[in-house]
Design a protein around this ligand. Structure first.
Ligand code: SF4
Length: 499
């Protein structure tokens, strides 16, 4: 069966959709991350809330034949609103979020519920209208008269005041005209998808990512290209933007970085990465790094936040997907030779953490000294959101932003290139390369998106007390590691430039 999800997967990548259908042994490569599962759960919550806008709705229970029979019954009975109506035409099978009967026009209006802030926020190539047209074609082919078709998505301007107001939380965008315009195109694409997915020979569908940089690759790339090393030409910094260069190497079957000809045209950044890998040497621009570090003013405050973006606002004054900062770690260093002192805050109350966070920052951070962060746009954004909700603290938070120093820039500007970075400049790559005794590998939580989801599960999931305590401990260790890592990296840089 080609469901809506499979069709959309096909539009994203035919090869990947084919592999997920025909290669069950690759199932582990398609497993959803904890973060992706969290997004799915948020989507389910949004769908339940959307149904509240249609109090007369009847939910079609069961699957397959049972759902098809129940749908046929309610269509015939002209039930005012049907949730999860089932339709099947040939190989295509769908469940429709909401169908509403228009008595006057004697037809059905369709609503596709999306946990996004607009109609266009979807996968790389497709908007949600494609999703709606797919359903329209199948419903109309079943002999059902369809009227207006709409996407019901979150209203990004909604601000929670009091109880959730489902009428204002959502925005209904009528996409009937666009669906008409693209109808034939989508019908043709559905036929093409069916034909392609039915093929038995996997070699008839190419994995096009051989001509794209690593960021475009999905987990099955390693299966489709077993001749490409784990660290390859696809990992050259920004090679995805230089399509011609990558194509030239691929067409010559040059995948290993060591095989790239010396005279092959690369940018300075790309050349440094390559030379570092081939020679095994670390390149350090000591004068430029010294110039950067001379800007720092002690005491230094190494600061890092963790946050959660909830589709449904959890607290007063929040809009859909506003970041909720729930934790910070702060290491303070009074002078270059001083020991660091650690402070932290992890929010475990079921109220807005904003004022708790601000109060702790005001308690721990003095009026002088550089604030060291890794990729400052995130931390600066957290502060901006905080002062927009609490303007009385704007001066303090703006001052923190003005004093911020982004340590990641030493690495993104290639002032320090280590062969173990392998073209990446995340703190998780940089730390073990510069300070081999420190790493994230032993931590219970090892990534920001897992931290984010874990906090939400700890706060709102049905966990035992011991499970909650374990997450609290893991979160504390993870966030602390980020600020300790910045301290350890900075000390290593001082050591390097003075040697
Ligand atoms: S690596 Fe790219 S082209 Fe290949 S299957 Fe994955 S997404 Fe598709």
């Amino acid at each position: 069966m080609i469901t809506k999800t499979r069709y959309l997967d096909f539009l994203d990548c035919p090869k990947n959709a084919w592999l997920s259908l025909h290669k069950p042994e690759l199932a582990h490569l398609f497993e959803l991350s904890e973060f992706a599962q969290g997004l799915t759960e948020q989507g389910n919550v949004i769908e339940s809330l959307a149904r509240k806008r249609f109090p007369q709705g009847v939910l079609i229970q069961g699957i397959a034949e049972k759902a098809l029979a129940a749908t046929a019954y309610h269509l015939a009975a002209q039930t005012p609103v049907i949730f999860q109506a089932a339709f099947q035409v040939d190989q295509f099978f769908i469940r429709v979020d909401i169908l509403e009967y228009d008595k006057k026009k004697q037809c059905w209006n369709l609503y596709e519920v999306k946990a996004t802030n607009s109609v266009t926020e979807n996968s790389k190539q497709n908007d949600h209208i494609e999703d709606v047209i797919f359903q329209k074609i199948i419903i109309e082919s079943s002999g059902v008269d369809l009227g207006r078709v709409s996407v019901l998505h979150l209203n990004k301007f909604y601000v929670l005041r009091g109880q959730i107001d489902v009428d204002n939380l959502f925005h209904i965008q009528d996409v009937t005209d666009q669906a008409e315009e693209r109808f034939i195109e989508t019908a043709e694409m559905m036929q093409y998808a069916q034909k392609t997915l039915e093929q038995k020979d996997e070699n008839s569908i190419n994995c096009a990512c051989i001509y794209k940089g690593r960021n475009s690759h999905c987990a099955t790339f390693v299966y489709s290209h077993q001749d490409v090393p784990e660290y390859a030409i696809h990992d050259i910094a920004r090679i995805g933007a230089s399509k011609k260069k990558l194509a030239e190497l691929v067409d010559k079957k040059i995948f290993d970085l060591k095989d790239v000809p010396l005279d092959f045209k690369l940018s300075e950044i790309q050349r440094l990465q390559l030379e570092s890998h081939v020679s095994g040497h670390t390149f350090i621009d000591k004068p430029a790094i010294k110039n950067q570090l001379d800007q720092l003013i002690y005491p230094l405050y190494y600061l890092d936040y963790e946050s959660f973006a909830s589709a449904v606002p959890l607290f007063q004054g929040f809009s859909p997907y506003n970041q909720i900062p729930f934790q910070f770690s702060l290491h303070v260093q009074d002078s270059i030779d001083a020991q660091i002192v650690h402070y932290e805050y992890l929010h475990t109350k079921h109220v807005d953490p904003s004022l708790y966070i601000i109060a702790k920052l005001e308690q721990f951070i003095g009026s002088v000294g550089s604030i060291i962060v890794w990729s400052k746009s995130f931390e600066q954004g957290v502060h901006k959101n905080l002062w927009q909700r609490h303007p009385e603290h704007q001066e303090f938070l703006e001052n923190l932003n003005a004093r911020m120093y982004d340590l990641a820039e030493i690495f993104t500007k290639q002032l320090y290139v280590h062969p173990d970075f392998k073209g990446k400049t995340s703190i998780k790559k940089v730390l073990p390369a510069l300070v081999p005794t420190a790493s994230y590998a032993t931590l219970g939580i090892q990534a920001g998106d897992v931290a984010s989801q874990s906090w939400y599960t700890m706060m709102y999931g049905s966990l035992s007390h011991d499970e909650q305590l374990k997450i609290i401990q893991d979160l504390a260790e993870y966030c602390q590691q980020d600020t300790y890592a910045m301290y350890a990296i900075l000390m290593k840089l001082y050591e390097e430039i003075s040697s």
